[in-house]
Ligand binder design. Structure first.
Ligand SMILES: [Zn+2]
Length: 346
């Protein structure tokens, strides 16, 4: 989503159309350059929804004010780049935009195509921990001991990766008979995976007594071999649930050839869970996570840790370590160069 700031309502309306045609989902028009300044601490808006902002300056825009507003913007929204559009940008405006770390400065004279190209370029360059991975092999496997583990840990990340063209597979090691009717839980897990755009694979290990023996390792290996993921996400071993720890250990063995492995946080994670990677989530990723968790209706009636406010607050809390309003935390176990890039013989 783009934010368009323009005092000229007619031009703004036209550009809303142009930018929408180029895959901007929705654009908001605000009339005053400084208006978001007043809104910025109001808390009644979720600023996390924007991917970038386009600011139109006119002849009346003061250069110092432009820098000041840009600085204030980036303090509040470090991950939302700003494209400044000026009538006839002179050196003063260029310096002001540079000082304020504008992502780009374009002249009004570049026309609609020029503006679209600038926005496109800025969105591509947007710093993003997941995009910097930029694998040619966009496949992720998420392993969880029970139905709902993957959704609680990385539901937002899965949704986000799928949105960005990844194929996601959720491997659930048990039908969760310890927490309810296995058939009902299986149907719920299917629905949850569908909400996130993931494919569900279910094993039938005994809920509460999953071990890390060769049988467990082999079951995970079969899926790893079939989908050849670039990245595997699994429970952390800093977890009080024995099933979670066993699945963690078995997965690390089964995924030994996978370039990237990281661990997610479960409600049973210990306080020693120590994430070092934070996946930025958009509002729609969090909404999808909540919808996927809601699909586990048999659980959300009885489990306090599935409370939506808690899930949202947790993502918001971890957001302080990332670039976004909401994030999901990961402990990176391995982030190696894919083997295909290694010289022959190694
Ligand atoms: Zn679990």
């Amino acid at each position: 989503m783009l934010l368009l700031v323009d005092q000229d309502a007619e031009r703004a309306a036209r550009q809303v159309e142009i930018l929408q045609a180029y895959d901007a989902e929705c654009i908001e028009v605000q009339s005053e350059l400084g208006q978001y300044e007043s809104a910025r601490w109001s808390g009644d808006r979720d600023f996390n929804v924007w991917d970038a902002a386009v600011w139109h300056c006119d002849a009346r825009t003061d250069a110092e004010e432009l820098t000041r507003t840009l600085v204030a913007w980036y303090e509040r929204f470090p991950a939302v780049p700003v494209v400044v559009v000026a009538n006839e940008p002179d050196m003063t405006v260029a310096m002001a935009a540079l000082r304020g770390r504008a992502a780009d400065l374009v002249s009004q004279s570049v026309g609609d195509d020029g503006l679209v190209a600038a926005v496109d370029q800025v969105l591509r360059q947007r710093p993003d921990p997941i995009d910097t991975i930029s694998p040619s092999n966009k496949r992720v496997l998420v392993v969880g001991a029970h139905p709902d583990d993957a959704e609680i840990g990385v539901g937002g990340t899965i949704h986000r990766l799928v949105r960005r063209g990844w194929d996601a597979t959720v491997l659930t090691m048990s039908h969760g008979s310890g927490g309810g009717d296995p058939e009902e839980r299986t149907a719920e897990a299917q629905q949850a995976a569908q909400v996130l755009g993931a494919v569900l694979v279910m094993e039938d290990f005994p809920d509460g007594a999953i071990d890390d023996s060769s049988g467990t390792v082999r079951a995970i290996e079969r899926v790893v071999r079939r989908i050849e993921p670039e990245m595997v996400l699994v429970h952390s071993d800093k977890d009080t649930h024995q099933d979670h720890r066993a699945v963690h250990r078995a997965t690390l063995v089964a995924a030994r050839s996978v370039p990237r492995v990281a661990c997610y946080q479960s409600p049973s994670a210990m306080v020693t869970f120590q994430p070092n990677r934070f996946v930025d989530l958009r509002e729609r990723d969090l909404e999808a996570k909540l919808a996927a968790i809601r699909a586990h209706g048999s659980q959300s009636r009885t489990r306090a840790y599935l409370d939506e406010e808690l899930i949202r607050a947790t993502a918001r809390y971890w957001g302080r370590y990332g670039n976004a309003y909401y994030t999901e935390p990961l402990e990176v176990v391995r982030a190696s160069t894919p083997t295909r890039f290694q010289p022959a013989g190694h």
